[in-house]
Design a binder for this molecule. Structure first.
Ligand code: SF4
Ligand code: FES
Length: 260
């Protein structure tokens, strides 16, 4: 992560206090702001729950579902920071619930659905628009030869330094945390957003790709790479340290230098 973006981390108070080894379990309060699709509004549910020092926020929520309120809807799959489906606002910061220790957040944890996404029910949100934007920048290898594009007959070898050009940005799991943290996405729903722009750069920086000029035409506008105000919040919250803010600056540089 760049120096600029690591400054934003402390601003968002992502650090968590040390947990005493003597702490075995503790009663905490979960304040869950959940969306009620029938009423078309949010409501607050408060739960008291015992968590161990190893429980994540997702574990705590699943205990609530199991023992107290089976109507609470939570989306998750891998429980290990890989699938990207459990992102939600935790104490005001977009995080993966399965990678956030519960007990270290204090006695009260405030949870709500991911910002900048339409809510569907309780804590899960509609990510269709993000994935539509993602598809729009053609996140795959493009080859000039159309026949080769669909029936490649050889491997495309890469040197380690060629992999290094995009490796950092290939760790993105499309969780949407950066989109939820981005002030430009909040004020302009047409802005492509950090995840999408970072992926436009990831594929364009790949030595096997021949489609950078196509993607650059798609993102070279105020709703694309020039809509970014470089707040840096995207990189500050990224659970994979994928640094989308850096990718956006590299994408902008490539476009301005006319590398097509
Ligand atoms: S860049 Fe980071 S925060 Fe954004 S979608 Fe990818 S993994 Fe999630
Ligand atoms: S459940 Fe897969 S990332 Fe959290």
């Amino acid at each position: 992560m760049s120096e600029k973006t690591s400054g934003a981390v402390s601003k968002l108070q992502l650090s968590t206090p040390e947990i005493s080894p003597k702490t075995v379990s503790k009663l905490i309060t979960l304040k869950v702001k959940r969306y009620d699709p029938d009423a078309g509004r949010y409501k607050l549910s408060i739960y008291r729950i015992s968590v161990t020092r190893f429980d994540t926020v997702l574990d705590a929520l699943l205990k609530v579902v199991r023992d107290q309120d089976h109507t609470l809807s939570v989306r998750y799959s891998c429980r290990m920071g890989i699938c990207g489906s459990c992102a939600m606002m935790i104490n005001g910061v977009p995080r993966l619930a399965c990678m956030t220790n519960a007990i270290s957040l204090g006695d009260v944890i405030e949870i709500e659905p991911l910002k900048n996404f339409p809510p569907v029910k309780d804590l899960f949100v509609d990510m269709d628009q993000m994935f539509r934007k993602h598809r729009s920048v053609k996140p795959w290898l493009i080859r000039r030869d159309e026949e080769e594009q669909f029936t490649a007959k050889k491997e495309y070898l890469q040197k380690p330094e060629e992999v290094d050009a995009y490796r950092l940005f290939s760790t993105c799991i499309k969780c949407g945390a950066c989109m939820a943290a981005c002030p430009t996405v909040a004020s302009n729903p047409d802005f492509l957003g950090p995840m999408v722009l970072a992926q436009a750069y990831r594929w364009s920086a790949d030595s096997r790709d021949e489609g950078a000029h196509i993607r650059f035409d798609i993102v070279d506008n105020p709703n694309g790479v020039f809509g970014c105000h470089f707040a840096g919040a995207c990189s500050a919250v990224c659970p994979k340290n994928s640094d989308p803010a850096l990718a956006i600056q590299l994408l902008r540089k490539s476009i301005l230098r006319g590398k097509r």
